[in-house]
Design a protein around this ligand. Structure first.
Ligand code: ADP
Length: 412
């Protein structure tokens, strides 16, 4: 079965086409600047010449149509006909408390995603637009949705509630949800495979650190705490997001600087984090380059980033009463030995000991970077959220097909 994975943003759409026979990626690409006369389409088929074109694409329906055209294109295509694509899976950021796992799309599911617009005003509407755009182009193809929040729905109440009036939770569902769930799920499973022990026995902290960053406490394979909250602003220091601060800073700054709600929101999401402290960049690679050239503000940004992550690892070891493994993933986690070293150096009291050479080895595959005698294993695992979306979609569609066949057999 071939499964198309879609990640729709408000003006972009990323895609990967999987052949589930061997879980290989047949093609991937993206459409950017949807809604303009100069939308950019980048299409990378396996073993064939790629495409980069600029054209007018005014909505997601047209974007999906262009992607489907390219997937079956004579020169750049990877399928004989679109009919070969038997299922489509979408990434949806917020599943609220409604979705604890991935599901097949129907009208009820679409209504529920719409009901969650308040919780993810930028992301959920875009995902729904993507679902509708696929439906218009491929009306008979089943679609599934995979939520960034779903994996964290196993958190206990004492971890997900905020100590604020309970009426706010009851009325508005204000609580910790957490994000990057598919990534934390995937890397924790991969890490358990490499460690060679059942995940049910393991206590792990998974660190997804990229432009957006979060870590999670994974106890026996289940998420029991995570650093992002109601929104992806809470928790770790990020490229341009503040992460944890005293919430009283918000009214204080609003009054002192005469900022509006929108302005303070933008300050915390777009003008904070590494960017604010370094004064030059929110990109970790640039921070490290500047730091190595002697830039003291970049060094401070780097130190704060690693210090705050290290505190979370310690807190989660306490939350789980122990720690067997730390897993690093995403842009910074996979590629920055400097950050991994700085985080782990302060964790020797927990039994963390890095293998210096393994940490600085630029290998791309999942691997150990801890010393053989390190009590806590440290691993780098490249994340693969699209693969999880493809697998969930494939499973749901196959299950439904089987259920349909069983029902038909019983009737006949
Ligand atoms: P997103 O959250 O947008 O998916 P990514 O997971 O791609 O982000 O991570 C982007 C971050 O990874 C940037 O801060 C980038 O500088 C950082 N990064 C990528 N490669 C390296 C590297 N070799 N060393 C340090 N940081 C890196």
């Amino acid at each position: 079965m071939k499964v198309l994975v879609i990640n729709a943003g408000s003006s972009s759409l990323k895609y990967q086409l999987y052949d589930m026979k061997d879980e290989s990626v047949l093609a991937k690409g993206r459409v950017e600047r949807i809604g303009t006369e100069s939308a950019i389409v980048t299409h990378e088929p396996k073993d064939k010449p790629g495409v980069r074109e600029v054209s007018e694409i005014l909505d997601h329906v047209t974007a999906v149509r262009r992607v489907l055209d390219l997937l079956q294109h004579r020169e750049h295509g990877v399928v004989g006909s679109i009919a070969e694509i038997e299922a489509v899976g979408h990434r949806v950021v917020h599943g609220g408390e409604t979705f604890k796992e991935s599901v097949l799309v129907d009208d009820e599911v679409k209504r529920s995603i719409r009901d969650l617009f308040d919780l993810a005003p930028l992301h959920n509407p875009a995902a729904l637009t993507g679902i509708n755009a696929v439906e218009q182009n491929m009306p008979d193809v089943p679609q599934a949705v995979v939520f960034d929040t779903a994996f964290h729905q196993t958190m206990p109440r004492h971890a997900y509630l905020y100590p604020i009036p309970m009426a706010l939770y009851r009325r508005h569902r204000i609580r910790r949800y957490g994000f990057h769930g598919t990534s934390h799920f995937y890397v924790s499973r991969r890490a358990a495979e490499l460690i060679g022990r059942p995940i049910e026995e393991l206590k792990m902290v998974t660190c997804h650190i990229g432009n957006g960053s979060s870590c999670a406490a994974i106890l026996g394979g289940q998420s029991v705490d995570t650093s992002m909250g109601l929104t992806p602003l809470e928790g770790l220091m990020m490229g341009t997001r503040s992460g944890d601060i005293d919430p009283a800073v918000v009214p204080f700054v609003m009054s002192k600087e005469e900022l509006t709600l929108g302005e303070v929101n933008s300050m915390l999401n777009k003008h904070s984090g590494l960017l604010a402290i370094s004064g030059s960049s929110g990109d970790m690679r640039e921070i490290i380059e500047a730091m190595e050239e002697g830039d003291r503000n970049a060094k401070l940004a780097f130190d704060m980033f690693c210090y705050r992550l290290r505190k979370y690892v310690g807190a989660y070891a306490a939350a789980m009463n122990g720690l067997d493994a730390i897993v690093f993933t995403a842009g910074i986690g996979e590629n920055s030995p400097h950050v991994r070293k700085a985080v782990c150096e302060g964790l020797s009291f927990l039994g963390v000991k890095l293998d210096e050479a393994a940490n600085f080895d630029a290998a791309k595959e999942a691997r150990f970077i801890s010393a053989p005698d390190s009590r806590v294993k440290v691993l780098v695992v490249p994340t693969n959220e699209e693969l999880i979306i493809a697998r969930d979609t494939y499973r749901l569609v196959t299950e439904r097909k089987r259920a349909g066949e069983t029902a038909a057999a019983l009737e006949s």
